[in-house]
Design a protein. Structure first.
Length: 317
């Protein structure tokens, strides 16, 4: 019965998103996403993204492939076909949160977690209906971490490592290098808690790297490798501390908690309220192994963004 309520909410969310999804003209970065998709159709080169026929490596092509898929269903590249991938990825992420977490935190908390994701400001008001790769990236990063943890706990380690690196590859093909970084940090945390860090060098892990990373390897060696890797590294370093002066970097670090609270509004304030109301009870939640893992994943992965003054709110999904 409880799961029916979730599915009803997901359907309602979908309807609310698509009613006017094509009403507003493309803005900000959306026209560029559309140009990349159009040029792929024009050139029939689906591996090499271009903007005005010049190579564009700042974002790998997976999100563009999704927009092209929807473009085939909606008669061309337009506001609707460009934005629908974000709508569907928002719903798929919420569903994945429910399905993969209920074993560890129970049905009720899993449903609530799914609803929280969809009703944060960044998703509900921000990027669930925009032609941006961020929600797609969030989906693949979540699957890489959550599915790996789920399968690892069930003793299916071969499958865990392959799925972890495979979905990290899809995340890489969506937004680049951070796709692997988040998975590796999260896996390190889980293995550290279990006192099994040697598993990183296990046969299962090596097989996972080789098999799971094949999509990235195939794409990288199908395009100008040096130009692509240089651009992808530059995309990361351009937002890091090294690219800003001292005061700008300091401002970014100190403003990060406030930007984080804004990105997760209103639930960030709900959590803060309950933390201030009953710190002892709040602290006992993390006696649970799974919740401790989730808390450490959030904190340590957030450090990447805190130390990157160029971070945008949409990166904090």
């Amino acid at each position: 019965m409880k799961s029916r309520s979730l599915y009803l909410f997901l359907v309602s969310f979908f309807v609310a998103c698509i009613i006017n999804v094509g009403l507003f003209p493309l803005h900000h970065e959306e026209p560029r996403r559309g140009i990349v998709a159009l040029e792929m159709l024009y050139s029939h080169d689906y591996l090499q993204p271009t903007v005005l026929m010049e190579p564009y490596f700042k974002k790998p092509p997976l999100h563009n492939w999704l927009t092209l898929l929807f473009s085939g269903l909606f008669e061309g590249v337009n506001e609707v076909s460009l934005r629908l991938p974000s709508v569907f990825m928002s719903l798929l992420t919420a569903l994945a949160i429910y399905l993969l977490s209920r074993r560890f935190i129970g049905e009720r908390r899993a449903i609530f977690s799914s609803l929280i994701f969809l009703t944060t400001w960044t998703i509900l008001i921000g990027y669930s209906t925009k032609c941006e790769p961020d929600v797609t990236f969030t989906f693949f990063v979540f699957l890489s971490i959550a599915l790996w943890y789920y399968l690892f706990e069930k003793g299916k380690r071969n499958l865990a490592w392959v799925s972890g690196y495979l979905f990290s590859s899809f995340a890489f093909l969506t937004k680049g290098i951070p796709g692997f970084a988040f998975f590796l940090i999260s896996a390190f945390i889980a293995l550290f808690i279990r006192k099994e860090l040697k598993s990183f060098l296990s046969f299962e892990s090596i097989v996972g790297i080789v098999v799971g990373s094949l999509p990235v390897a195939i794409w990288m060696f199908s395009i100008p490798f040096e130009e692509a890797i240089s651009s992808l590294i530059g995309e990361v370093t351009s937002r890091s501390l090294t690219s800003y002066n001292f005061f700008h970097a300091l401002k970014g670090i100190f403003s990060f908690p406030f930007r984080y609270m804004a990105a997760l509004f209103p639930w960030s304030f709900v959590v803060l309220f309950y933390f201030m109301k009953d710190r002892e009870r709040f602290g006992r939640l993390f006696e649970d192994k799974f919740l401790k893992f989730v808390a450490l994943v959030v904190v340590l992965n957030s450090l990447i963004y805190m130390l990157s003054p160029g971070t945008r709110l949409r990166y904090l999904m």
